[in-house]
Design a protein around this ligand. Structure first.
Ligand code: C2E
Ligand code: MG
Ligand code: MG
Length: 585
């Protein structure tokens, strides 16, 4: 790597270490700036704009975490490397979460390691810059072309938008520029209920809505794409390579769903989107349009108000999906659902401390239940999870109360709650209703939430969690480690328990990285006063690793698979729990 003229800012309060690093980096050709604390470091950073920042984490005046998050927010392209204290994996993990690109741990016995890390992150930064310049060039081209074309060609008479031929020409131009590494995409965008507006209020209303919606979408997508009117209530959008599609779709939905005012009356529209990607879903413009249209029809067949990516197996999958959906619609009244219960075991005493209820579906005639992983997403998409979720909570609580009367000790009952139930705005009322109806003791009930809940509107989330906690119910964060919730958020939530996801446990104890992360998750959880549960524990080695690190509770096939209600009761009534399974057995 060519380091001449590259500037490194070293922020470190330990003077000897700082000087050592400075001398070394100068020797190998860097220009070096030094600061003794985070505050001074940020000042120098603003003034000098170095190419690389090395920062200690624990420093007086301002610590390295603040430096990292400030730079990551303001200048995400400048690499920051954390210098973390001896053996404090925890700090390194937090530094990376905040935006550090890499870390090196003290004591730095071999400065060569620093050189390697610096080389790596600088190369990554260079790559990022190149990619961006390339994309900017392309964006420029698309914009220029779209301007030229809209001057030349005919426009759609109603909406004033360019005709389809313009989009096609844009597509050809982009291909000719030979810059298409990524995927330009074609989106077919359809206004869901325009037909019924036409029908009820007449075409003049419908036409105005169409024009207005076209205008909104066009101004939204202008920076990275061009739209035309394909036919009727359908627009086509061609995006440049770097458009962030999920984001684009969300924005389109938001902008179309905002109320329209036509002839003094308010209208609400839904929107469905079919998406085809170049080149996988078509190398020609026509093919892309056709496949985006197929995806669109299927999105509409699923009830509209959603988006779908085209895929060759879509029609087949769609048929299966629709069949499942039809069957699921009747499953509740036909009493095809059941709950299984998986014991949670105290890592030390090996006694059962609780159980997690897990939903099972036995469609008529099936011997084996269908896996929740294949039907819960459909329940969520269609909103059926709201009534089914209430059934689950009601059934689990009444079962628990019945077990208690039959002599089961006061274990903790965990019930999964999906993000859609959370969004429905009725969750805390539903929980209160079920507690009342079943006579369940709220302090023995724990709701398992996933990180996706946490990542939503924070104010709203905190309010709902607060209401639930006030009702005396415990809250657990399920599948921890698979999402991106930051520690700062966790701190603000009234949580009681954290469940480490099975994907981590699976790789224990052999994978050193996973072992270090798991260890630091356990330490973090303890520092937040949370009970830690490991899920998916299948082997004695995993159990021993976790128990040695004070993970309090264990759930997994090593102790028990999920059991039906009778088997669970038998299991929970064993006075010695699983204590016969000693580590030395
Ligand atoms: P989850 O909440 O993380 O539940 C744990 C899953 O891990 C369960 O899968 C359980 O059977 C499985 N598991 C437990 N120990 C082991 C092990 O040692 N090895 C392996 N390979 N797997 C283990 P299951 O029952 O298939 O449920 C899958 C997911 O479906 C659950 O993940 C949860 O997200 C969802 N789910 C289940 N029941 C409900 C429910 O009533 N409501 C909602 N909203 N979601 C539910
Ligand atoms: Mg769970
Ligand atoms: Mg889980």
């Amino acid at each position: 790597m060519h380091v001449n003229n590259l500037a490194v800012l070293t922020i470190e309060d330990d003077q000897d270490l700082r000087r050592g690093i400075t001398a070394f980096l100068r020797d190998i050709g860097f220009k070096v700036l030094e600061a003794e604390n985070g505050h001074r470091g940020l000042e120098l950073f603003e003034r000098e704009r170095p190419d690389l920042v090395l920062t200690d984490l624990k420093m007086p005046v301002m610590d390295g975490f603040t430096v990292i998050s400030t730079i990551a927010n303001r200048n995400p392209d400048i690499p920051v490397v954390a210098i973390s204290g001896t053996g404090v994996v925890n700090d390194a993990v937090e530094a990376i979460r905040l935006g550090a690109w890499d870390f090196i741990t003290k004591p730095i016995t071999d400065l060569g390691e620093l050189e390697t890390i610096a080389g790596k992150v600088l190369a990554r930064a260079e790559e990022r810059r190149e990619r961006r310049n390339h994309l900017l060039g392309l964006e420029d081209l698309v914009e220029k072309q779209s301007r030229r074309l809209s001057d030349l060609a005919n426009v759609d008479a109603l909406t004033g938008l360019p005709a389809k031929s313009h989009l096609e020409e844009l597509f050809q131009q982009a291909l000719l520029s030979r810059g298409l590494h990524g995927n330009p995409a074609l989106l077919s965008i359809d206004l869901d209920n325009l037909r019924s507006v036409n029908h009820t209020y007449g075409h003049d209303h419908g036409d105005l809505l169409l024009m207005e919606a076209g205008k909104r979408i066009k101004s939204l997508v202008q920076p990275f794409g061009e739209i035309c009117r394909l036919s009727g209530a359908t627009f086509a959008l061609l995006t440049s390579t770097h458009a962030d599609l999920p984001h684009v779709v969300r924005e389109i939905k938001t902008c179309v769903e905002a109320p329209f005012s036509v002839f003094g009356q308010e209208f609400f529209l839904g929107v469905s989107v079919g998406i085809a990607l170049f080149p996988a879903d078509g190398e020609s413009f026509e093919k892309l349009v056709r496949n985006a249209d197929i995806a669109l029809s299927e999105a509409k067949a699923l009830g509209g108000n959603r988006h779908l990516f085209y895929s060759a197996g879509l029609s087949q999958r769609l048929r299966e999906h629709m069949k499942l959906e039809t069957l699921l619609r009747r499953a509740l009244e036909r009493e095809e659902y059941a709950l299984h219960y998986q014991p949670k075991v105290d890592a030390e005493t090996r006694r059962i401390v609780g159980m997690e209820s897990l939903l099972r579906w036995y469609p008529a005639g099936a011997k084996e239940p269908v896996s929740p992983e294949s039907f819960i997403p459909i329940l969520e998409e269609t909103g059926m999870i709201v009534p089914v979720g209430e059934w689950v909570l009601h059934t689990a609580c009444s079962q628990y109360v019945a077990w208690r009367s039959a002599g089961m000790p006061a274990l903790r009952l965990s019930v999964n709650v999906s993000a859609c139930q959370f969004d429905s705005g009725t969750l805390s009322d539903m929980v209160a209703r079920v507690l009342e109806q079943t006579g369940m003791d709220p302090s023995c009930l724990c709701l398992e939430l996933t990180e996706s809940i946490v990542m939503r509107d924070m104010q709203q989330t905190l309010a709902t969690l607060g209401t639930l906690a006030d009702r005396g119910v415990k809250l657990s964060l399920d599948d921890f480690g698979t999402g991106f919730s930051s520690l700062a958020y966790l701190r603000r939530m009234p949580l009681h328990e954290l469940k480490i996801d099975r994907s981590f446990i699976m790789n224990l104890p052999g994978d050193g990285n996973v072992a270090a992360i798991t260890e630091s998750i356990i330490a973090m959880a303890h520092s937040l006063n949370l009970t830690v549960v490991a899920e998916g524990v299948e082997t004695k080695e995993q159990l021993d690793f976790l128990a040695a690190r004070r993970c309090q509770e264990i759930q997994g096939f090593y102790f028990s698979r999920p059991l039906d209600r009778d088997d669970f009761f038998t299991c929970a009534s064993r006075p010695d729990g699983f204590s016969r399974k000693r580590p030395l057995e």
